[in-house]
Design a binder for this molecule. Structure first.
Ligand code: GLN
Length: 269
């Protein structure tokens, strides 16, 4: 199954999450430790979404940017780089990750479920406005168990799904709730509960962020959190041997900000 992570805290270069740690996301793409029998490697695409760091008041540029080259975004929306190929073979990402600094990042590497297409648009993060979303897992029997839930979505959403995959439909279900003003933790929690009921045995590790907080679930797959008081990192697998990593118990929903982590049980998961 895919591996994913989310970071909130002081701005760091993307390479500090993707490449530098001993068990970085790039390493997890080819040597994951805990796939729970859901595939072996994560070779079917990847994506990184990041929120530009707040501009430095003196220069007006994001911290760490090279004068004359930065393109600051002031609308609060993230930037995204996705590909439908293995992250380890991407020639642009190492440089991009070295020069790009952000205090809010969501990244994923994908192991496509058998029968689902391999394409850039099927790779997380899925995005709209300020939101970034990722799913690690599978809906058994896809698509049949989710037909009744899909029928509750606007036809336009179904016609414009990122890809014909379980993950893209889960994003459409969460997004529909967000668009109607549902609290993000409730949008994720309600979606997991209804999908778990419709498709027993579904593995539903979700990540959702707006760059200020992260909502995550652990349902059927590994998830760990490291909270240092001024930064928080959630990842399918710990990125290093830091004793601060804690495994999130199965069936839990996490709401994390740099100031703290709250956990609650998910109904019906
Ligand atoms: N089932 C999803 C897909 O194929 C997610 C895969 C995963 O977690 N490996 O895109």
């Amino acid at each position: 199954m895919c591996r994913h992570l989310a970071y909130l805290g002081a701005p760091v270069p993307l390479r500090a999450l993707l490449y530098d740690p001993p068990h970085s996301l790039v390493r997890q793409s080819w040597a994951p430790r805990d796939m729970r029998a859901g595939g072996t490697i994560n070779a079917d695409g990847f994506g990184v979404g990041w929120y530009p760091a707040a501009p430095d008041p003196a220069s007006g540029l994001p911290p760490g940017s090279i004068p004359g080259t930065a393109t600051p975004r002031e609308d609060g929306e993230p930037l995204r780089y996705r590909r439908g190929t293995p992250i380890w073979g991407d020639t642009a990402l190492p440089q991009l990750a070295a020069v790009t600094t952000s205090g809010a990042v969501l990244a994923a590497v994908r192991s496509a479920t058998v029968g689902m297409p391999v394409s850039e648009t099927a790779a997380a993060p899925f995005a709209e406005g300020r939101w970034l979303f990722s799913h690690n897992g599978v809906v058994p029997g896809w698509p049949d168990p989710l037909v009744p839930l899909a029928a509750g979505l606007p036809v336009r959403d179904l016609l414009t799904l990122d890809a014909p995959t379980d993950s893209a439909l889960l994003w459409a279900l969460v997004r529909h709730r967000l668009r109607t003003g549902t609290d993000p933790a409730d949008a994720v929690g309600q979606t997991v509960t209804e999908v778990a009921k419709a498709a027993p045995g579904a593995r539903l590790n979700l990540l959702l962020t707006d760059g200020r907080s992260v909502v995550a679930t652990a349902v059927g797959h590994a998830l760990s959190v490291r909270d240092t008081g001024d930064a928080v990192l959630l990842a399918s697998e710990p990125l290093d041997d830091d004793p601060g990593w804690r495994a999130v118990p199965d069936g839990q929903l996490v709401v994390a900000t740099p100031a703290g982590v709250r956990t609650r049980a998910l109904a019906g998961a």
